[in-house]
Design a protein around this ligand. Structure first.
Ligand code: SF4
Ligand code: SF4
Ligand code: SF4
Length: 407
């Protein structure tokens, strides 16, 4: 934006703005009419997004609550040897059949989570997902598949199956080789797990038009070594891979060697990769767990809404029946669905509200009224000004990458 235009807006000299520019600024919400109730607009958007009338259905499957690794910070109680048996897989398929009968649903987004979702991929999970994909196509719906995985189980033989599903990925690493191998150890083995995962990421990125969100779990030390990670992925096409930075939540900053987050973000972008940091790009809701059209189905048919707490009886909110219906525990569900996550004085007065939507419903169930504790502004490790500059540069980079796809 030109400085003169910025100053005209700032000082309310709207008559000096050319009509075309004025319309564009208004359409994009930079200039808002005095009589618009912006909070009511946000509340309306939220209510529509979480409503059962939404055209999206979010289904998360937990094919196993076992994992081949034992990260120290894992919040889950692993259920050793757990896997989804044929009767639960059939009930999941019937559940999707019921979803497909709802005309207004256009998109079925299937996320595979766990435990480690790829433990029994070829023999158990893939056939179910293939059936879901074919069913959705036959009912004129679009099904997408997204694996949240540690990447250890990925083999060359799996890649054509992923390609059939046109699957996307979130693969988590704990930083550079030594750090990753210290956290993500295969019990009883000294294998270079980092090397294995980086090789798999390369093979995936080279094989079909997938997208990999490379999540780097970091603590106070990790990001000092970001160059090492970038060196190991620098040859990957940035259309196929972006980076997400997520602090390991148990590691409050302890005064250890501080990194400069702005420089870390700039370094990643300078090397051609887009990067996401903090959840300030939300659309209408803070988490899909608030949506009516959403369920997390575990290997044994237990149903949850939130996938960020251990999958115990305490957090269970329903059961999947053999005919595909979910029998919800009404009181728990009603409590969650009754929370409009930003409807509190702190968030109402916050200019980031449209990008954040407030602390998620689970945090508000766990800690009622403690909005400040989970406020993203409080948890952000750079100034808001630096954050905006980073977001702006990241968007320019994203467009450059996207446009080069069409060259
Ligand atoms: S890879 Fe994921 S599921 Fe497995 S132990 Fe680590 S955090 Fe837990
Ligand atoms: S903890 Fe919150 S953000 Fe995470 S899955 Fe649960 S509701 Fe969503
Ligand atoms: S006050 Fe904090 S939690 Fe609420 S909308 Fe703003 S940044 Fe998000």
């Amino acid at each position: 934006m030109r400085k003169s235009l910025y100053e005209a807006i700032r000082e309310g000299r709207f008559v000096e703005i050319a009509a075309g520019e004025f319309d564009a600024l208004r359409e994009n919400g930079v200039i808002v009419d005095d009589d618009v109730d912006e909070y009511a607009v946000l509340a309306g958007n939220y209510d529509r997004a979480v409503s059962a009338e939404s055209e999206v259905y979010d289904l998360t499957l937990l094919p196993s609550l076992d994992c081949n690794l034992r990260c120290w910070y894992c919040f889950e109680t692993h259920v050793v040897g757990s896997r989804m048996d044929a009767s639960v897989r059939e009930a999941v398929f019937r559940h999707v059949e019921l979803v497909c009968r709802r005309d207004h649903i256009k998109y079925i987004r299937v996320e595979l989570f766990g435990g480690e979702p790829l433990l029994y991929f070829r023999e158990e999970l893939y056939p179910l997902l293939r059936r879901i994909k074919d069913l959705a196509a036959s009912r004129d719906k679009e099904a997408s598949f997204f694996f949240v995985t540690n990447g250890v189980c990925i083999t060359d033989e799996m890649i054509p199956l992923f390609a059939e599903l046109n699957a996307g990925f979130q693969i988590s690493i704990d930083g550079y080789r030594e750090k990753h191998n210290a956290v993500k150890k295969i019990p009883g083995s000294d294998e270079d797990v980092y090397g294995r995962v980086i090789r798999s990421i390369h093979r995936l990125a080279e094989s079909y038009g997938t997208y990999i969100n490379l999540r780097i779990n970091y603590d106070d030390q990790t990001l000092h070594h970001i160059e090492d990670v970038i060196r190991d992925i620098i040859d990957i096409n940035p259309q196929r891979l972006g980076i997400h930075l997520e602090r390991v939540w148990q590691t409050a900053r302890d005064g250890g060697r501080r990194y400069d987050m702005s420089r870390v973000l700039a370094f990643i972008m300078a090397n051609g990769f887009t990067v996401s940091y903090m959840n300030l790009h939300r659309k209408h809701v803070s988490c899909k767990a608030s949506n009516a059209n959403q369920a997390v189905i575990s290997f044994n048919g237990d149903v949850y809404k939130c996938s960020g707490r251990d999958f115990s009886e305490k957090h269970r909110e329903g059961r999947l029946e053999a005919d595909g219906r979910i029998e919800w525990e009404r009181a728990k569900l009603d409590r969650r669905m009754g929370i409009r996550t930003f409807d509190n004085a702190l968030c109402r007065g916050c200019n980031l509200l449209p990008l954040c939507c407030g602390p998620c419903c689970q945090k508000q169930i766990d800690s009622p009224g403690e909005y400040e504790r989970y406020c993203q502004k409080r948890l952000m490790e750079i100034s808001l000004e630096d954050y905006l500059i980073y977001q702006f540069k990241n968007e320019i980079l994203r467009r450059k990458i996207y446009e080069s796809q069409h060259d």
